[in-house]
Structure formats: C-alpha cells, structure tokens
Design a protein around this ligand. Structure first.
Ligand code: NI
Length: 185
C-alpha cells in the first residue's frame, strides 16, 4: 500500500492535557504509525523545530523525532526517529537555553546531561542507538521528557518559575474545557 502525503499536524500548546500524560509504548509499527511518523517529521520541519514528540500533536505515544542541526548544516535534513526510546547512560551536566513548540515565545536556561546514550526503534522497527552530545543530547532529553508529561519549564529553578507563571497562564488561557489547546488562531 502506498503511503499518503504527510500532513501538517496542529501543535498542542501548554495547558493541553495530552502534554501532561505519560505516553504509551508503541506495540506495533503499523503503516498507520509510519504515516504518523512522516507527519511528525514534516510538521517538525514546517514549524522550524529541532524536535517534536507525539504528545505535542495530541497522541500519547512513545515516539519522537529530532534533527538538531538541519538549520545549521545548510538545510540538510537528517531526521532521527525514536520509538519506545530508553536512555542507557548520562554523563556530565551543562546549562543551555531551550524553547519548545508547545511553549511559544518562552526560552529558559535548563540543566541537562552533557552526553546521553539512547536506544530505541526507528520508523522501520529497526534498533537504533545514539551516543549523543551537545545539542543532540539536549534535544533527546527534552523530547523524551515529553513522553513522560514533563516540559522544560518544569526544570526551571523556583524563583525563575515565579516570573514565568504569568506567561504560562496566558498560554493556558486558550485551553478549552476538554483540555485541548492549539493556541490562539
Ligand atoms: Ni518541546
């Protein structure tokens, strides 16, 4: 069966309840899942992201995509897909600024492991293993957090969080009674 063309998926914004759920493992990489991954990759690039996790488009599944350098390497795209990922090792600590497509216009400094080793499956169900550092390691940790309902703003020190609260509440104000939030349109 031929795969469909990828769709641009609406991104859930802070306040959306799917962003706070613990995502479910993928039991079988079906054609539907592969098409969904294509949509996820397409949406990440369309929105100028370096990573996108399934809960950010309203699907509570343990899937994310990252491509930390495509905008730096002359636009060459190299998406890495992780299905049911698991970290094996962390090394060191480093602070750097992060943002998130689900938290528009919010940028904060977050402490992460400097190096991270992860394994999982790709979109074809093959085992993948990455020993990452720098922005790649950071993106893996940020995206994997989405699978556990964790947002980077949760990792901001308490004092800074007080200053952040107003911005977060503004984002949250667009959430409907079902906990669905794709922001202001
Ligand atoms: Ni994010």
């Amino acid at each position: 069966m031929k795969k469909k063309k990828p769709d641009l998926l609406p991104i859930r914004i802070y306040g959306d309840k799917t962003l706070r759920k613990t995502a479910e493992p993928v039991s079988d990489i079906t054609l539907e899942i592969r098409e969904f991954i294509d949509d996820l990759v397409y949406t990440m690039y369309e929105k100028d992201g370096v990573g996108l996790a399934a809960p950010q488009v309203g699907r509570s599944l343990r899937v994310f995509v990252v491509d930390p350098f495509w905008f730096r390497e002359g636009g060459e795209k190299n998406p890495r897909v992780l299905v049911n990922p698991k970290f094996l090792e962390f090394e060191g600590q480093v602070e750097s600024e992060e943002g998130c497509l689900s938290l528009p216009e919010i940028y904060e400094t977050v402490m992460r492991a400097k190096k991270a080793t992860i394994e999982g499956l790709n979109e074809n169900g093959e085992n993948v293993h990455y020993e990452a550092e720098g922005l790649f390691a950071r993106a893996l940790q940020h995206e994997n957090d989405h699978l556990d309902g964790i947002l980077f703003t949760d990792k901001v020190p308490k004092l800074k969080k007080i200053l952040l609260r107003k911005k977060l509440n503004e984002l949250k104000s667009t959430t409907d009674e079902n906990g669905f939030n794709i922001g202001k349109h």
